[in-house]
Write a protein that binds this ligand. Structure first.
Ligand code: PRP
Ligand code: URA
Length: 206
């Protein structure tokens, strides 16, 4: 299912990310901030368990998170979303998947993967700012399922209709979260109007 998060702060920050003149330093900071704001919305349904703690004044029957969260950034650009979310969920473990799109075929090529144990018992959040053709996210999700992941949320900042359709077809069980959905892909597979090449803008390459 597709969820477009329309919180005004998220929308405002997405506008800043889109601006051509936004510097690498600002792009990095704002991407992390958006990721944190998105995580706040996305984690509304995380399960809690009852526990008792001692306050300075006595016993308190309260609750804490009952499930592990695993963040899986898709390298490179997904790295820019990790800190913003792990600041909110410091216990989150982090796996990595390295993937790039072949420039001619636009097919994703996987060059690295390393995940924490027990993915089956965790909520796994796949992080990638861009959902363009959907090839990279779909492959990343498949690799995670092959490693046992059962509950997967795909967290992207900007999506194209083609990418959303691809994920819904390949992985109907996965919740998709976006800050914005754009018009189309251009002939090079870039999201229009989008925000450009997220990895290059984040790391100052090119
Ligand atoms: C970008 C982006 C996604 C992918 C999206 O990565 O960060 O991973 O493209 O495109 P898709 O939906 O059509 O697969 P890129 O391949 O440019 O690699 P990079 O992050 O290392 O620059
Ligand atoms: N990857 C990006 O970084 N940007 C796009 O618009 C599409 C793929």
């Amino acid at each position: 299912m597709l969820n477009v998060l329309k919180h005004p702060l998220i929308t405002h920050k997405l506008t800043q990310l889109r601006r051509r003149e936004t510097t690498t330093k600002d792009f990095r900071e704002i991407l992390d901030e958006i990721a944190g704001l998105m995580a706040y919305e996305i984690t509304r349904d995380l399960p809690l368990k009852n526990i008792t703690v001692e306050t300075p004044l006595g016993k308190c029957n309260t609750q804490e998170l009952a499930i592990d969260v695993v963040l899986v950034p898709v390298l490179r650009a997904g790295l820019g979303m990790v800190d913003g979310i792990s600041n909110l969920i410091p216990t989150a473990r982090v796996g990595h998947i390295g993937m790039y799109r072949d420039h001619d075929t636009l097919k994703p090529m996987t060059y690295y993967s390393k995940f924490p144990d027990n993915l089956a018992d965790a909520i796994v959040m796949v992080l990638d700012p861009m959902l363009a053709t959907g090839g990279s996210s779909s492959s990343a999700i498949q690799v995670l399922k092959d490693h046992g992941a059962k509950s997967i949320k795909l967290v992207c900042v900007v999506g194209a209709p083609e990418g959303v359709e691809r994920i819904m077809k390949d992985h109907p069980d996965v919740q998709i979260y976006l800050s914005g959905i754009d018009e189309k892909l251009n002939e090079h597979g870039y999201i229009v109007p989008g925000l450009g090449d997220a990895g290059d803008r984040l790391f100052g390459t090119k």
